[in-house]
Ligand binder design. Structure first.
Ligand SMILES: [Zn+2]
Length: 430
């Protein structure tokens, strides 16, 4: 065996002292005792599957002042994420085969973690969607305008979902209805204004439309970053092929407790009230929510310190998602089984990846965590190029070691692999 790891493994709902054997990047054995030349004993630390972040914006190509694939994937690795899926709103947008292949090339040479790329769906490329499947991990649709994105007209949603559905790949949707957003458009000077200009009804309208269309399909459709209680309520009766994601920022913030003039927390859909936040937590613990996704969308400090109205929406989060949720488990806000479903198992299943569980035959992607005292998040210790975090001071449990496909990638706060280590998981093998 190439590597054996001994520690407390979470399997079938409980922790047990065991060893995990790795060969050619895969888990080949899990037993009480295993030995190899490269044996790593982590003592009482927990060994958990590494996370998968279905929703990141690494800004590369086109906006590399904010982030690039190297820095974004570095942040991911330190946060215990073994695989990221990158959104199409770069420049050029990945709405064409050429742009997609160029980004595959770029990410293959820069990424520290495994990656998949989404193909963007617009009114212009509806006839070309199926061919984009070969180089993408799935599709992304914006029903409402957001930062740097090009959207799909709502009347084309049904056609688009039927087309993407034929490819067996998942389609992710940013659900805010464009007509509703236009009707509420106004000058914004604060986070409260931002909520008023992007009210929950815009999300509900778009989500209802998605729900109705998905009901006629068997293919996977995923509603990204649900932010309101009403949308979540509506999702209780959804068909099985429709899944729901939430972000850490919608789970941890209440707009009425934030400094309202600060555009650092300006994000689409907006951070809403404690009523919505608490409903999202109920969805997380009860199982209505399928996935936690960071929607890592960095902007420079300079951009975020500009005039509120002109400031772009989005905030970073790929490095802090899993550590924040681990600290929430420590506080008993949710259990381990639920956490692993949200961050590892469901994303792996939805993206059809051999990852997300400590199980023989799967990729040896894991993290080691000392489940003791959480530590406060500090921007200066994070790795995103943007250099700031909305979660400054929040308690987190940061993994001490991260292994991807059997290769130690992070150990003792050090990056051990070079850019280009990450593999494209989205290419269809025939
Ligand atoms: Zn996003």
């Amino acid at each position: 065996m190439d590597l054996t790891i001994e520690g407390k493994l979470f399997r079938d709902g409980v922790f047990e002292a065991a060893c995990l054997g790795v060969e050619h990047g895969k888990i080949v054995a899990i037993k009480k005792i295993l030995k190899s030349d490269h044996h790593l004993n982590v003592g009482n630390s927990l060994v958990l599957p590494a996370g998968i972040d279905m929703h990141v914006h690494f800004r590369d190509p086109g906006f590399t002042k904010k982030e690039d694939f190297s820095t974004g994937s570095l942040a991911a690795a330190f946060g215990g994420i073994c695989c990221v899926c990158d959104m199409p709103n770069t420049d050029p947008q990945t709405n064409t085969m050429q742009a997609l292949l160029e980004k595959v090339q770029l990410a293959s040479t820069k990424s520290h973690v495994d990656f998949g790329l989404y193909a963007g769906v617009t009114d212009e490329n509806l006839g070309k969607l199926r061919e984009l499947a070969a180089s993408s991990v799935g599709y992304k649709i914006y029903l409402g305008s957001s930062t740097h994105s090009s959207q799909l007209s709502s009347q084309n949603l049904g056609v688009a979902l039927r087309e993407t559905g034929r490819t067996k790949k998942i389609t992710l949707i940013h659900a805010e209805d464009e007509h509703c957003l236009m009707a509420h458009q106004d000058a914004e000077h604060s986070l409260i204004d931002h909520v008023r200009c992007r009210p929950a009804e815009c999300e509900e309208t778009a989500a209802r439309h998605v729900l109705n269309e998905a009901a006629h399909l068997s293919s996977l459709v995923h509603l990204c970053h649900v932010s309101s209680c009403e949308t979540l309520e509506m999702m209780k009766g959804r068909p099985r092929n429709l899944t729901v994601g939430v972000t850490p920022h919608h789970l941890f913030f209440d707009v009425h407790k934030l400094p309202s003039s600060k555009a650092f927390y300006k994000v689409n859909p907006p951070i809403r009230s404690s009523f919505d936040r608490d409903a999202l937590w109920t969805g997380v613990t009860s199982g209505i929510v399928d996935v936690c996704e960071s929607d890592h969308a960095p902007h420079t400090l300079e951009e975020k310190l500009g005039e509120f109205n002109d400031t772009p929406s989005g905030l970073p989060g790929v490095e802090t998602m899993y550590p924040l949720l681990l600290a929430a488990v420590k506080k008993e806000r949710l259990g381990f089984a639920r956490l692993l479903e949200l961050v590892c198992e469901r994303p792996a299943r939805l993206l059809n990846l051999p990852k997300g569980r400590l199980e023989v035959g799967r990729d040896a992607d894991l993290i080691v965590v000392d489940f003791k005292q959480p530590e406060p998040i500090k921007a200066e210790q994070l790795h995103s190029k943007c250099g700031w975090t909305p979660f400054e001071g929040f308690p987190a449990l940061i993994p001490s070691c991260v292994v991807i496909r059997g290769e130690p990638v992070v150990e003792n706060h050090e990056m051990l692999v070079k850019p280009g280590f990450g593999k494209n998981v989205g290419a269809t093998t025939t």
